[in-house]
Structure formats: structure tokens, C-alpha cells
Write a protein of this length. Sequence first.
Length: 275
Amino acid sequence: MSFTTADVVKLRKSTGAGMMDCKNALIEANGNFDKAVQIIREKGKLVASKRSDREASEGVALAKTTVDKKVGAVVVLNCETDFVAKNEKFIAFAESILDLAIVNKATSLEEVKGLELQGHTVTEKVLEQTGIIGEKLELSYFNRIEGETVASYIHPGNKLATVVAFNKSDVDAQVAKDIAMQIAAMNPVAIDKDSVPADIVANELEIAKERYRKEGKPETMLDKIAQGALNKWFKEATLLNQAYVKDSKITIKQFLAQAGKDLTVTAFDRYSLNV
């Protein structure tokens, strides 16, 4: 079966594969378009199998909100090299997955992997791109949050992304962005000390006790000293108690109070790649 240049272009648009790869696939498929698509997809599976033991530690972390600012999400697509991570087509592919997840109101990574993208599941499309790019690709993370106002931030280089939700609608855009950037810069473990998991609190107390024990502090004083260290840690590690990066004289809680009465953060997420 013969094929034309238009068929090659159509296959390239459908799969994202290079022109020569598309031409060779059509030759192998005797001009059958659907079979050529499958050939390219099978190549992806073969490459993925050969590179299964490779470490895909590079990639992009992207964040986005819905137009109404009520929902935000973070997605991470990994690859093997920074060279691929910076490729515009790779970034656009990750963005298409994030957009798809938001539109379909996905709530988990597994749900995102099963969504239909250009006639195939996201998992199948990732495999397809593995064959085209020649590196191990992995969709490794997805999270979605909701709020009265949600803001997102992507640090330059696409290695760090955050989303943050507030308890009020119509939060000033700059205020919302500043909080999203605060989360990126300061990496809080929780919103406030009351929302820090009990096991983390216990671990921090034990770390403090051991440190002061090695310094020779009396055993009878360790609990009190460790509690003081824990309170200091809360100020550094919980968002509302952190010093505002743009004005260290005030906390994030005070900054939010200045921006709006009773304004606070209800949820946030942060993902970092090699940062």
C-alpha cells in the first residue's frame, strides 16, 4: 500500500515522532496508518523495556489552576537527562497531561494515567514518547487541591512547583502569588503547628533531646529544653509561623491579616526536582 508525504505529516502530528521515524513506520506498515501508529507505539515499549533500570531523576514539575481559581494541580513528568527536560516538546507534553487532568477533575495519579489523550491512555502516550525521545519517561506525581481561591507558581527552570488554597474568594493575585512563592522558597511541612503530624512532632522532639544530651545537658532538663527547640522549629517549618521572605519583621499569618480579615491558607502542595 502506498502513502504520501501528507500521510507522513499526519503521522508525525498524531504521534510527535520525527519525519524519518514516521516514514519508516509507514514503509514497515505498507502504508497502513493505524499499523504505523502501532509500530511507533511498540517501539516505545521496546525502548522502555531496555531502559527500565535507568534512573529518571530529571524532568519537569508543573502547576496550574482552573480559570475560576477554585482548583489547582501539580504534575511531575520525569526523564533521564536535563537536556530532554528542557526540550519544548517534552514540556508541552507534560503541560497537556496537566491540562487533561484538570479538565477531567482527576484526583489521583492512577486516574490521570488512565485518562484518554489523543485516542489513547496517558500511560500509552508516555510509552509512545519514550520511543520517540529515546529516554525512560515516567509520570511520577500528581496532586490536586481546591479552595475559595487557589494560586500556583512554577519556579524558573520547571524543577519546582507549588499550589496554595485560601479560605476566601477574590484574594489579591499578588498576595496569592507571594504565598505560593513563600512555599517554594521556605518549604514548610504544614500550615500551622496544629496540622503537623504527631509522628513528625515526636521525631523532632527526640532529635532535640539527643542533640542536647550529647551537649551534656542534664537529663531532667531535656524535656523542657527540647520543647523550646520544638517551638523554634515550628516557627521555621510551619507556613503561618514562618517569617515572610519579603519582610522578615512579620510572619505569614500577620501578612495575611494585613491582606484581609481572617484570611488564611487551607491547603498547599510543593514538589521539587533536584532543588
